[in-house]
Design a binder for this molecule. Structure first.
Ligand code: HBI
Ligand code: FE
Length: 288
């Protein structure tokens, strides 16, 4: 993902991205919806100490994400943009890949403006305001992570043009969504898919089922993933610097090598893996 620049996009919030950005319309949320946000935050905050990485917990405070009402994107964006130049762009749900990457490449994070229904409190497949703003936005205040995600957006644009998106999407999945990071006190979570899920917050750190192995870019790009269930493998980075260093390159040569390499199943371990914990795959066996 070469070409990531440190320049921030300070363009005013004008209609852009082919009209995929909507108005958040903060006043239209009901009291029920604000309450739902509060309960989701409270439930998650009980579980995060000792499991979420420090950078996430600190950034959440720095950004002053409100606990008792759905955040006003423009207020959070004003704080965030002073730190790293990122802003939140409200969207109605999933947006096309090219629009998504264009946003990231310009330090705009597309965030669902709606909140999940009461029935879907534990899990929904669409990215809503809790997953996007509570899960993803805090780390955008970390300068190194901020550069990594911008570089990912630029890499996404190139992957699309090469027809290699399925490989690059795995990198996003196993880092931005479901990544773990080492700390001096043990493994910690930085992936937003985990940080917005109470079940997986505990599972990813404590369960004996999943394999946990050291981050390896080529290995990740070969590894299939399953959506809508806990992961059978987690990749562990040493630091955001490592993630940025590894990803701050043009993946062209990688993609050529990938053509010749077979895909790896999510539960598989390979002889070359740097294994951190070997899973007993107990959970996996009950599901397959
Ligand atoms: N749209 N709103 C939204 N959020 C995403 O995470 C997202 C998307 N569109 C496409 C997309 N993700 C994928 O391209 C990436 O996960 C690779
Ligand atoms: Fe996400």
């Amino acid at each position: 993902m070469a070409e990531a620049s440190q320049s921030h996009n300070r363009a005013a919030e004008a209609p852009r991205n082919g009209g995929w950005t909507i108005a958040q319309n903060w006043r239209s949320y009901t009291q029920d919806e604000h309450d739902r946000w509060s309960r989701l935050v409270a439930r998650q905050e009980k579980l995060l100490p000792g499991r979420a990485c420090d950078a996430f917990l600190e950034a959440k405070e720095t950004l002053k994400l409100p606990r008792h009402c759905i955040p006003d994107f423009s207020k959070v964006s004003d704080r965030l943009s002073r730190l790293t130049g990122w802003r939140i762009a409200p969207v109605a749900g999933l947006i096309p890949d090219d629009v998504f990457f264009d946003c990231l490449a310009n330090r705009r994070f597309p965030a669902g403006a709606f909140i999940r229904s009461e029935r879907a409190l534990d899990y929904l497949s669409e990215p809503d305001v809790f997953h996007d703003v509570f899960g993803h936005v805090p780390l955008l205040a970390d300068p190194v992570y901020a550069r990594f995600l911008e570089a990912y957006g630029k890499g996404g644009q190139r992957a699309l043009s090469r027809g290699q998106l399925h490989n690059l999407a795995r990198l996003y999945w196993y880092t931005v969504e479901f990544g773990l990071i080492r700390s001096s006190d043990g493994l910690r979570i930085f992936g937003a898919g985990i940080l917005s899920s109470p079940g997986e917050t505990v599972f990813s750190i404590e369960d004996t089922s999943p394999n946990r192995i050291a981050f390896d870019l080529f290995r990740i790009m070969r590894t299939k993933y399953v959506i809508s269930d806990y992961q059978q493998i987690y990749f562990v980075i040493d630091s955001f610097e490592q993630l940025l260093d590894q990803c701050y390159q043009d993946f062209g040569a990688f993609y050529d090598r990938l053509q010749a390499a077979r895909d790896i199943e999510p539960h598989e371990l390979l002889p070359d893996d740097h294994v951190i914990t070997t899973g007993d795959l107990r959970y996996f066996r009950t599901r397959h």
